[in-house]
Design a protein around this ligand. Structure first.
Ligand SMILES: Nc1ncnc2c1ncn2[C@@H]1O[C@H](COP(=O)(O)OP(=O)(O)O)[C@@H](O)[C@H]1O
Ligand SMILES: [Mg+2]
Length: 447
């Protein structure tokens, strides 16, 4: 018997003696306290039973009659139960905690098992530790084929280095921000095909130590297809725009030229004052021709192909300015030429943004600012108009126009991002950032 137990036994014996001698409620309280202390010191029920046994034996030594003995044993039983009470309570609590834990585990398992995204864990040496059932549906592999294996061969060879980088970053806890921005990786499926996946990862922490990573991978095949479709649509649209621009420029131009000739012929046979009025009409026709020519160049400016984004934007701004009276400036510098898809996308975006300013903003001034910072081009379009409630417009799904969505999607197509800063009454700013290299998304599309 160790020291602790011995001290407790003595204390218990004293209290029991006290209780048998008529100590009442106070002695019972002491039994309860002894029980609590025993529990706190990590002693078990069997220890307390031993203590009770010793104390009872000692008490029985002083018993003289059989009746007295029976009474003492009964009372000692009651005393013992009181001492056991803390054990009973703690047992019940742990049972409840266990039930709650089981329930929460079941709930968690339910979420993981029915998730549509692949949820996986990797060990700190890169082995697959767990995969949820949807992994089998998406990839055709069985989970058993990968559990315990190195994860890297699941990733397309082109993306493997990036996957390992993401894994290492997550493992060293530098990955938390990445939980919002997924990394696109090609995932090899059983059929031999590659499907595009978007993966986010975060460290897996157990007892305050990182023991691996927890990741979520989403099959983004549909999104990629939609992007591809949009890409083709935009290309088709560009072709169509080119055709209309030519029609406006060449065919309408030729028709107008014929009208000029016709008018001149008629004027020859007319008295001078009527001929003068025809000449005025001719002047108007010239203006129309000029406008048509400008419009057709704005639609598909050869200037964009020949000289680049900045001169094309200046040309566009000039035309819109003349038609609407808006004061528009193009500031900053785009630097060297950008990839053609990026130049076209930005031109179309500015075109739509200026249309929005004309239609909605009641502005007087617009600035278009181009700045290069590192490997990014930033383009900001700012107006001093009435502004708008961006969130409300975003919430107006379906009912809203296609302009802002189109801007967003065109940007996405070239790997860019959009931020809209607008408040009712405070003007509007569209802030765009586009990577200067041809975007990976594009090269992914080609694969
Ligand atoms: N520069 C702007 N100034 C004020 N409101 C704007 C501006 N740009 C967009 N908006 C608001 O956002 C809405 C959505 O624009 P958009 O998607 O281009 O659709 P649409 O122009 O066809 O209405 C507009 O209806 C307008 O209320
Ligand atoms: Mg619009």
């Amino acid at each position: 018997m160790n020291l602790e137990l011995r001290a407790l036994t003595r204390r218990y014996a004293r209290a029991l003696e006290d209780f048998l001698g008529g100590g009442g409620e106070a002695a019972l309280q002491e039994a309860y306290h002894i029980g609590r202390e025993a529990l706190a010191r990590g002693l078990g029920v069997h220890d307390l039973a031993t203590v009770q046994q010793g104390a009872l034996l000692k008490a029985m030594l002083g018993v003289r009659t059989r009746r007295e003995g029976t009474r003492a044993i009964r009372a000692a039983g009651k005393f013992f139960v009181e001492g056991l009470l803390p054990f009973e309570m703690s047992h019940r609590q742990s049972q409840e905690a266990n039930a709650a834990l089981r329930e929460s585990e079941e709930r968690y398992r339910g979420v993981v098992d029915t998730a549509r995204d692949v949820i996986f864990t990797l060990s700190s040496d890169g082995k697959v530790m767990s995969l949820n059932p949807v992994f089998e549906t998406i990839t055709g592999w069985s989970r058993a084929e990968w559990i315990g294996k190195d994860f890297a061969p699941l990733v397309h060879a082109d993306d493997r280095a990036r996957a390992v980088e993401l894994y290492r970053a997550a493992l060293t806890d530098q990955a938390s921000p990445r939980f919002e921005v997924g990394v696109e990786l090609g995932i090899l499926v059983k059929s031999g095909a590659t499907i595009p996946g978007e993966v986010v990862a975060t460290p897996l922490v157990r007892d305050g130590k990182i023991v691996g990573i927890l990741g979520v991978a989403r099959d983004i095949t549909d999104r990629k297809r939609a992007e591809q479709a949009l890409h083709h649509l935009n290309e088709a649209l560009e072709e169509e725009v080119k055709r209309i621009a030519h029609a406006l420029h060449d065919e309408a131009g030729q028709l107008l030229a014929s009208v000029h000739i016709g008018l001149a012929e008629i004027a020859r046979d007319l008295p001078p004052h009527v001929a003068q009025r025809l000449a005025d009409v001719g002047g108007l026709l010239n203006k129309i021709e000029e406008q048509l020519r400008h419009l057709s160049h704005e639609l598909r400016p050869t200037i964009l192909d020949d000289l680049g984004l900045q001169p094309a934007l200046e040309f566009l701004a000039d035309g819109v300015s003349r038609r609407t009276g808006l004061h528009i400036v193009v500031e900053g510098s785009a630097g060297a030429r950008l990839p053609a898809p990026t130049e076209t996308a930005l031109y179309r975006i500015v075109q739509e943004a200026l249309t929005n300013v004309t239609k909605h903003a009641q502005a007087t001034r617009v600035s278009i600012t181009l700045t290069r910072s590192g490997r990014q081009l930033r383009c900001t379009i700012r107006d001093d108009g009435v502004g708008f409630d961006v969130r409300a417009v975003h919430a107006r799904r379906g009912a809203r126009g296609l302009g802002l969505i189109g801007i967003q999607e065109r940007l996405h197509g070239v790997g860019g991002t959009l931020e809209i800063v607008a408040t009712p009454g405070g003007g509007t700013r569209l802030i765009m950032a586009v990577p200067l290299e041809v975007d990976r998304a594009e090269s992914n599309l080609a694969r």
